[in-house]
Write a protein that binds this ligand. Structure first.
Ligand SMILES: *[C@@H]1O[C@H](CO)[C@@H](O)[C@H](O)[C@H]1NC(C)=O
Ligand SMILES: [Zn+2]
Length: 253
């Protein structure tokens, strides 16, 4: 083999095994669960990720205090405007973040047709909330739960592009559907504590969920030796819940 063809051959060999040089931020993101793929439960047993949608609202601070006092970490899938403007609960969100609870996205305005929005509208729903969260907690989230758990249309491809891990649920507390805390409790009892950890669908906008179901769940988890962790933690991604982002000077919706 001539030197030149040897050189060509080795360059080809290097080339075929080489990958495009990755953006370091992308590499950090890739360390956790894959973006744009629906995740319904934790990746290991022995834990539970209490997850609450639709806030922030008037019970956010109470929920933060209850979880923290119970030695629990929760996950808050928040919107920009569903139950009032997100900036109105700035202090409660900052307290949640500071206490180690996870702040994640549930879109800006929780549109009923989330699953049929265009890529441009989905992107705007996500980036508007990102900007607000950078303004409030200094970070943008990498986890989201789609409003109405809508994962059709352009939702997953858009979330993949934006780097979002898509979380749904494996238990439905049914609080959104007039189930009492006692009826919700039965859902957990029925599902049991074995197997990979649950990621329930719950809403911090119901007094019963905050005041009755949550204390019961903290106790239920302890009785069953389940660690109460964030969604990111239960997916083996404790440091991947956020990335840096760009805020602005906005402080109202
Ligand atoms: C994110 O921002 C913090 C604070 O400004 C900085 O220290 C850190 O290096 C940034 N991380 C990345 C990955 O850019
Ligand atoms: Zn919702």
């Amino acid at each position: 083999m001539h030197f030149t063809s040897l050189l060509t051959a080795s360059l080809l060999a290097i080339n075929s095994s080489a990958r495009p040089i990755a953006d370091p931020i992308e590499m950090i993101r890739q360390a956790g669960p894959e973006a744009g793929k629906v995740i319904t439960k934790c990746s290991a047993p022995g834990q539970i990720a209490l997850a609450y949608d639709d806030g922030p609202y008037q019970y956010t601070q109470k929920l933060v205090d209850t979880l923290t006092a119970g030695g629990a970490k929760g996950t808050f899938f928040v919107t920009g405007t569903l139950y009032g403007c997100i900036y109105g609960q700035k202090a409660a969100l900052q307290a949640a973040y500071a206490a180690g609870h996870q702040i994640a996205s549930h879109s800006w305005s929780h549109p009923q047709n989330f699953g049929s929005l265009s890529t441009a509208d989905l992107t705007s729903q996500m980036t508007r909330l990102e900007t607000a969260l950078v303004n409030i907690i200094g970070k943008k989230p990498t986890y989201m739960r789609p409003p109405y758990l809508a994962t059709g249309g352009s939702v997953l491809s858009t979330m993949k592009t934006l780097g979002y891990r898509v979380i749904t649920n494996d238990i439905d507390a049914g609080d959104w559907n007039n189930k009492s805390p006692q009826q919700s409790q039965q859902e957990f009892t029925r599902a049991g504590a074995s197997g990979n950890g649950h990621i329930p669908l719950m809403h911090e906008t119901y007094a019963g969920t905050v005041n009755t179901l949550t204390p019961w769940l903290i106790n239920w988890a302890k009785t069953n030796n389940l660690k109460l962790v964030t969604v990111a933690e239960c997916l083996g991604d404790p440091d991947g819940a956020y990335v840096n982002g760009t805020g602005n000077s906005q402080s109202s919706c």
